[in-house]
Design a protein around this ligand. Structure first.
Ligand SMILES: [Zn+2]
Ligand SMILES: [Zn+2]
Ligand SMILES: [Zn+2]
Length: 258
């Protein structure tokens, strides 16, 4: 399995428009963060988790030439806004893009991309084929071309968000509470990618200290931080503050997990 971190920034990305802080003015390419998304590849099957506003650029700069499916964590704009650009894959593959989403995400897609759901579905409009993630999938997981996905429900403020586990890899973004039940589903995780917004408290995201506690409890061999704000500091400085086995994620980072 190969995981590519396509974007590791929080909703505004880094640099933030018009911000002159040290992080936003950093010349380190690792301090340039598009909105959070990952690409999961098993053999030739490619699945993207979330299509934020930078989806198009992420497909281009990572040379993603085919995409089998999209899975959504939740409906916030920084995770869905780029869906319209599935059109390129619609044209390339001559078919609708299979997407996997819960009811709330589907409702947001139908609202934000209403033109894709009308009677008129002629060429040029995004074509998606929605697979609903409901109670059955929460319990049993779901399969994408033989790839088995387990849903990891977590809380993001008052919103339920889905993390996902594929084999011994787990991805959880936008979280500030993980239940004992979901911790149980994380048992045996070898590689964990998890969001860590900033060091100070936030009502719907774990702070860095809280994330480090989660990583310790999960006990994965390695963990990568994503969904980072400019407020958390420069990549290099943050990395120096982390315990062994915990890495600051960066755009383009590839994790091989066999
Ligand atoms: Zn987000
Ligand atoms: Zn800044
Ligand atoms: Zn969110």
């Amino acid at each position: 399995m190969k995981i590519t971190l396509l974007g590791t920034g929080t909703s505004q990305g880094v640099p933030v428009i018009a911000c002159k802080c040290d992080v936003c003015r950093s010349s380190d390419p690792k301090d340039k963060r598009l909105r959070s998304s990952i690409l999961v590849q098993v053999n030739d099957i490619c699945v993207v988790v979330d299509t934020g506003p930078d989806f198009r650029m992420q497909m281009l700069r990572n040379d993603v030439n085919h995409l089998d499916a999209i899975v959504y964590t939740h409906e916030h704009k920084d995770h869905v806004a780029g869906m319209d650009d599935v059109r390129a894959f619609n044209q390339k593959h001559s078919k609708a893009m299979p997407i996997w989403a819960n009811k709330a995400v589907e409702r947001a897609l139908r609202r934000d991309f209403f033109y894709a759901f009308g009677e008129n579905t002629h060429g040029g409009l995004p074509q998606i084929d929605i697979h609903r993630l409901g109670e059955h999938e929460l319990i049993n997981g779901f399969e994408i071309q033989g790839m088995k996905w387990t849903i990891l429900p977590v809380m993001h403020g008052r919103m339920e968000v889905y993390g996902f586990r594929v084999g011994d890899f787990a991805y959880i973004t936008d979280v500030n509470l993980i239940s004992d039940e979901t911790f149980a589903k994380l048992t045996g995780t070898k590689v964990l990618v998890i969001s860590a917004l900033r060091k100070t408290h936030h009502p719907s995201h774990y702070s860095l200290d809280q994330v480090l506690d989660v990583i310790e409890r999960v006990g994965s061999e390695s963990a990568y931080l994503t969904h980072l704000s400019h407020l958390i500091g420069r990549h290099e400085d943050l990395q120096a503050q982390l315990p062994q086995g915990v890495f600051v994620g960066w755009d383009g980072c590839v994790i091989q997990n066999n």
